[in-house]
Design a protein around this ligand. Structure first.
Ligand SMILES: Cc1cc2nc3c(=O)[nH]c(=O)nc-3n(C[C@H](O)[C@H](O)[C@H](O)COP(=O)(O)OP(=O)(O)OC[C@H]3O[C@@H](n4cnc5c(N)ncnc54)[C@H](O)[C@@H]3O)c2cc1C
Length: 390
């Protein structure tokens, strides 16, 4: 009855589903274990009528023209340039730390001197990882590196990962740059914004195709069985393509042990204020148990007097209980080796494709996973057109 099965209705699953349905005329079944579409980008009106992002703030940003054009088929955009500030002993400092932050951290003379040194060493407009700044021998640059390290990086990172910074993969560390610029925006991508009607509406439009059937509240593991290189769907052998965007360890009942993740407790509050804070996100880098507070009205542009919704994020280890969501893979060689053991099990099933942050055990921004989904769809569509591997 179906040509293709898609597991998970986040960005990975929804894009591939639409592409196979539309370009290859495949009958596609999308299985989603939650009671809603859109994966972690899911948004909705809360009980007080404020539009919120259920799984934390999602800001779309991309330099990939194809991805932007593709998603623009399904949504108009609200232009939104995200700014983040760090609450440091009473002052709100732009992050990534930039030249405006420098003038908040130091008095004017010292800030001007250090600014010149930064520009001479790295050039205006560059972003350098915090660890690189630390390697400089100039005492004032070293001092600045220490300032940023202690006041912006250290405590936040410890909270986020539950680890000492040295234990964190450099690729994660590099995500906390120093920006030699007066540009306070968190992202510099060509395209930035929030879907005008929200992410859920974008996904609804993407899934609105006669060849797509969606089953919510359906854990794929209840209907899909992998056995001796064969796939069984609802008890019968299934020869079609399967794109799996769920956790790879769960696909194999965690037989080698669970892949470690960080999860987040989101605590929503609705103060009786028109505005709670001056920017979309405030990071708490020197105190508090939560990492950051986001106020959704900044992101969505919703206008409402005397009420606003904020969310505080409390990171902790993921234990695998049903109410928890695995959010951030913990990148290290040991965990990658465990992932590879699971991945090698899938090699005996060539019709099975792993795609997405859970299936690949990799943090991806939405645009990157959309790009990967379009590329996988290109391959599958061309297979379908050539009559191979379907
Ligand atoms: C707190 C937070 C903030 C973020 N902010 C941004 C941001 O600002 N900008 C940005 O670009 N990206 C952001 N991201 C990343 C973004 O959420 C990911 O890029 C996106 O979730 C990846 O899409 P996906 O389809 O791989 O995963 P998901 O969105 O997680 O979708 C996977 C889906 O598969 C379903 N599923 C899993 N297992 C099964 C199963 N066995 N059966 C059926 N269904 C199953 C899940 O329920 C889920 O709906 C953020 C991530 C987090 C955690």
């Amino acid at each position: 009855m179906f040509d293709s099965l898609i597991v998970g209705c986040g960005m990975a699953g929804a894009v591939v589903a639409r592409e196979l349905a539309e370009r290859a005329n495949k009958k596609v079944l999308v299985l989603e274990m939650r009671n809603h579409i859109a994966g972690n980008a899911f948004d909705l009106l809360d009980k007080d009528g404020i539009f919120i992002h259920q799984y934390g703030p999602h800001i779309f940003h991309t330099n990939h023209q194809r991805v932007f054009d593709y998603l623009t088929r399904f949504t108009a955009w609200r232009d939104y340039q995200h700014e983040v500030v760090a609450a440091i002993y009473g002052s709100l400092m732009p992050v990534p730390f930039n030249l405006n932050s420098l003038y908040l951290a130091y008095d004017g003379d010292k800030a001007a001197r250090v600014e010149q040194k930064l520009i001479a060493a790295f050039g205006m407009g560059t972003k350098i990882p915090i660890l690189e700044l630390r390697r400089q021998t100039d005492p004032e640059l070293e001092e600045l590196a220490d300032y940023i390290y202690r006041n912006i990086f250290l405590y936040y990172t410890q909270k986020q990962w539950g680890l000492a910074p040295e234990e964190i993969d450099p690729s994660v560390t590099e995500r906390v740059p120093v920006f030699i610029s007066y540009d306070n925006r968190y992202f510099q991508d060509t395209h930035q914004g929030i879907p005008a009607e929200g992410y859920t509406a974008l996904f609804r439009n993407m899934l609105d195709h006669p060849n797509i059937e969606l089953r919510l509240d359906t854990d794929a593991r209840q209907v899909l069985r992998l056995e001796s290189g064969q796939v069984f769907f609802e008890g019968r052998p299934f020869q079609g393509t399967i794109v799996y965007s769920g956790s790879i360890d769960e696909l194999y009942d965690c037989r080698f042990g669970r892949l470690p993740y960080r999860t987040l407790d989101f605590v929503f509050e609705t103060p009786a204020l028109t505005w709670f804070q001056p920017k979309g996100t405030v990071n708490y880098t020197v105190d508090q148990d939560f990492t950051r507070i986001t106020e959704f009205k900044h992101l969505t542009g919703q206008e409402k007097e005397g009420i606003t919704t904020i969310v505080k994020e409390y990171p902790r280890s993921y234990t695998g209980t049903e109410s928890e969501t695995p959010y951030y893979p913990i990148e290290n060689p040991e965990n990658r080796a465990l992932y590879n053991r699971y991945k090698s099990l899938t090699e005996e099933i060539p019709q099975l494709y792993l795609l997405g942050r859970l299936a690949e055990y990799q943090y991806y921004n939405m645009d990157v996973i959309a790009k990967k989904a379009l590329e996988l769809a290109d391959t599958l569509v061309s297979h379908a057109q050539n009559g191979s591997q379907e």
